[in-house]
Design a protein around this ligand. Structure first.
Ligand code: SAM
Length: 197
C-alpha cells in the first residue's frame, strides 16, 4: 500500500511537465523541493525559517541543481532568474508577491520542521491564505497536494480548517479527495488532493 506522501508525489508527477511552474509551500528539509525539481526547473519553494533554506540548498546542490535564495526584501531577483530553483525566505501566505504566472501544481507539508523549533508551525489562517492564492493561480488540470500532520498542539485545528475549506469548493470546478490510514493508534498524516477540472 502506498504511504500518503508517496501517493501525493505520484498524483503530482502524473501532471507535471518540464516547463511547468510548481510550488513547494513548505520547504522544510527540502525533500519535496528536490522531488519537484526533478520534474521541472521552475520551482518556487517557501519557508519562514532560514534553517530550512540552508538544508534545502544543501540537498539540492548535492543533487546538482541550480538554486537561488531570495529573501522577502529582494523579490526583484526573480525577474532575472529563470532556470534556478527559487528558495524563498518568506511565508507562503505572501505567494502572490512572487508568483504572477499560472502554476501546474503545489504541495504543502503542514506541521513543524523535524528536529528544529517545534513552536514554528504552519497555522490555519496563513495556510488558507496560501491555499486560496494557489487555487486561483492553478491551471485547469493542475493539482495541489496537502500532507496534513496534526499530532502536535494546534495541528487538529489546522486539519479541521483545511478540511472545512476544501469541502466548500465548488464540485463543478474541483475534485477533492482524501487519502490516509483509519486504524492507526498514533496520528499519522493524511493527504488531501485537489484537482481543478
Ligand atoms: C512539515 S515541515 C515541511 C517538510 C518539508 N516539506 C520537507 O520535505 O522536509 C513544515 C515547514 O513549514 C514551515 N512553515 C511554517 N509556517 C510557514 C509559512 N507561513 N510559510 C511557509 N512555510 C512555513 C516550517 O518552518 C517547516 O519547515
Amino acid at each position: 500500500m502506498k504511504k500518503p506522501l508517496e501517493f501525493a508525489h505520484q498524483v503530482l508527477k502524473e501532471v507535471i511537465k518540464s516547463d511547468d511552474i510548481v510550488v513547494d509551500a513548505t520547504m522544510g528539509n527540502g525533500y519535496d523541493t528536490l522531488f519537484l525539481s526533478n520534474l521541472t526547473a521552475h520551482v518556487f519553494a517557501f519557508d519562514v525559517q532560514n534553517e530550512a533554506l540552508l538544508a534545502t540548498e544543501k540537498r539540492l546542490s548535492a543533487a546538482g541543481k541550480n538554486v537561488i535564495k531570495i529573501s522577502a526584501s529582494e523579490n526583484e531577483k526573480l525577474l532575472t532568474e529563470n532556470s534556478s530553483v527559487k528558495l524563498i525566505l518568506d511565508g507562503h501566505e505572501n505567494v502572490r508577491k512572487y508568483i504572477k504566472q499560472p502554476i501546474k501544481a503545489a504541495i504543502f507539508n503542514l506541521g513543524y520542521l523535524p528536529k528544529a523549533d517545534k513552536t514554528v508551525i504552519t497555522k490555519p489562517d496563513t495556510t488558507l491564505t496560501a491555499l486560496s492564492a494557489l487555487t486561483d493561480l492553478l491551471v485547469i488540470g493542475g493539482r495541489i497536494a496537502l500532507m496534513i500532520y496534526y499530532g502536535h498542539e494546534g495541528g487538529e485545528q489546522e486539519k479541521n480548517a483545511v478540511i472545512h475549506w476544501v469541502s466548500g469548493l465548488d464540485q463543478k470546478v474541483w475534485e477533492v479527495f482524501t487519502y490516509g490510514p483509519l486504524n492507526q493508534v498514533h496520528t499519522p498524516p493524511i493527504l488531501v488532493i485537489l484537482e481543478k477540472k
